[in-house]
Design a binder for this molecule. Structure first.
Ligand code: SIN
Length: 486
């Protein structure tokens, strides 16, 4: 690893860093060069179980701590993340490939969840319900669900962790975390910062592994684990849901998206074109909320396309640590081949390439930012998540057709649309079958608001006030014989 960058390489279990029980290691690769950056302990089933033992042992003390005590630890964790911003950002750029300014923004985004849930910890309210009998009191209590298993992806190596772990800890739960094997260093560093924040031993255990299925079996087969929270593919989410039925564990899923990006002919075209550079090229298009199907009203399609091509021409692709780079590599060769296969399929079915269209020569997994025109609904770019820097532009005639095209998918995570008409703004916001709608906005993600999808894009919400509810049980206490008052 580069000089001066700090990250542990052992598993964090029970408040201490230790090697994997099997002694196995996993190689972490720099996607900008294909070279190995570091070797990290590769957890086995014994480590998965040891992590649950530690989280379970920690639960009694952590759930009994006051909300203010939990809040103070989270606040300190937040402050340490801010102090470590440069280190965390450089780590993320190394193991994920995203440009350094984007990594810095991700540290801010990730830590904002910790700050937000440090406050929300203090606002977990129960209620008292008026009873039908005068000598009864009906109380509703909110209590932590217990040990939580969190499984997180590589595309946001910090934020997808804090958005799960912070509300879980705030609620009084303890956590076992399996970060993506592509980006374990950021996860281990976050764990180390929590230990430095004075966290009680075992409230967060971080266990990277290359054996995701074995971990899922170990955690979903353990009745001490009461909640699974996962971000990743819909296929894996469905499998986890099936397995969670054995012990009826609670489950939150943040799964795939197929975001439509609708530009109406009354939109501010400069705004719509500029916003797509974030909605599409953030993390080189490797986000679940990436604009995937660009639907443009026919009268303005050429003008919009020209603006977008002009912006894309000026975007710099390269190693995330190089000055001025805006688009980094795909995470690996498999990711790159998927993007290229979508482009080939579109071209074979009649799409035109306005710019880009292929891989970049040299080391690393780079794909040129691409704009495709004459795109139609049967193409892969319109049916599946491309997860890469490809803008695929299709045309529509009227509002009803745009909404029908947008909703014609099993996914329902995020949708974007651009209009200056306030009545249309209402109508279309309500008609879109999506958990998140960006109205004249290409960047909506924020800790204060609920994030999650309709349909096969998931279950539950992260962030916002809703984010902590996912980690709370509701208990009803019916208190009799209290007397009838004076
Ligand atoms: C994701 O891609 O799943 C997360 C994107 C975000 O938080 O904005």
């Amino acid at each position: 690893m580069q000089d001066g960058i700090k990250a542990p390489t052992d598993l964090l279990i029970g408040g201490a860093f230790r090697p994997a029980e099997s002694g196995r290691m996993l190689a972490v690769e720099d996607p900008a060069t294909g070279e190995t950056l570091a070797e990290v302990a590769n957890g086995s089933v014994a480590d998965a179980q040891a992590a649950v033992d530690a989280a379970h042992a920690a639960l009694r003390g952590w759930r009994a701590a006051s909300a203010y005590q939990r809040s103070a630890i989270l606040r300190r964790w937040y402050e340490l993340q801010i102090a470590d911003r440069d280190n965390l950002a450089r780590l993320m750029t190394l193991e994920n490939g995203k440009p350094l300014p984007e990594s810095q923004t991700e540290v801010d985004y990730a830590s904002s969840f910790v700050e937000w849930f440090a406050e929300e910890a203090k606002r977990v309210y129960g209620r008292i319900i008026p009873a039908t009998r005068a000598d009864k009191r009906l109380l509703v209590l909110r209590q932590p669900v217990g040990v939580v298993a969190a499984i997180t992806p590589w595309n946001f190596p910090a934020a997808m962790i804090t958005r799960k772990v912070a509300p879980a800890l705030a609620a009084g739960c303890t956590v076992v975390l399996k970060p993506a094997p592509e980006t374990p260093l950021t996860a281990l560093r976050l764990g180390q910062l929590l230990v430095e924040a004075g966290a009680p031993v075992g409230i967060l255990n971080v266990v990277p592994t290359t054996d995701a299925a074995m971990f899922a079996d170990a955690w979903l087969g353990d009745e001490r684990v009461r909640k699974i929270t996962f971000t990743g593919s819909t296929a894996v989410g469905k499998e986890l849901m099936r397995k969670a039925s054995t012990h009826v564990q609670k489950i939150s899923l943040e799964l795939g998206g197929q975001a439509p990006y609708i530009v109406f002919d009354d939109a501010d075209l400069d705004l719509a074109a500029t916003a797509i550079t974030t909605a599409k090229f953030r993390n080189a298009g490797q986000t679940c909320v990436a604009a995937n199907r660009i639907l443009v009203q026919e009268g303005i399609a050429d003008a919009f396309t020209e603006r977008v091509v002009d912006l894309v021409e000026r975007m710099r692709v390269g190693k995330g640590s190089d000055e001025g780079v805006q688009i980094g590599p795909m995470i690996n060769e498999r990711g790159r081949q998927k993007v290229l296969s979508h482009v080939r399929d579109a071209v074979a079915q009649g799409a035109g390439i306005r710019i880009g269209g292929g891989e970049l020569t040299g080391p690393g997994y780079f794909v040129a930012p691409t704009v495709l025109t004459n795109v139609s609904p049967k193409m892969l770019v319109m049916r599946e998540e491309t997860f890469g820097p490809v803008i695929a532009i299709a045309r529509f005639r009227d509002e009803q057709e745009a909404v029908d095209l947008a909703n014609d998918t099993e996914f329902g995570l995020a949708a974007y649309f651009f209009t200056k008409d306030a009545t249309r703004a209402w109508r279309v916001s309500e008609a879109l079958e999506y958990g998140i709608v960006g109205l004249n906005d290409g960047a909506f993600s924020t800790a204060q608001a609920p994030f999650g999808g309709y349909k096969e894009s998931g279950l539950g919400r992260e962030g916002g006030h809703e984010g902590i509810d996912e980690f709370l049980e509701t208990k009803f206490v019916s208190w009799g014989a209290v007397g009838t008052g004076i």
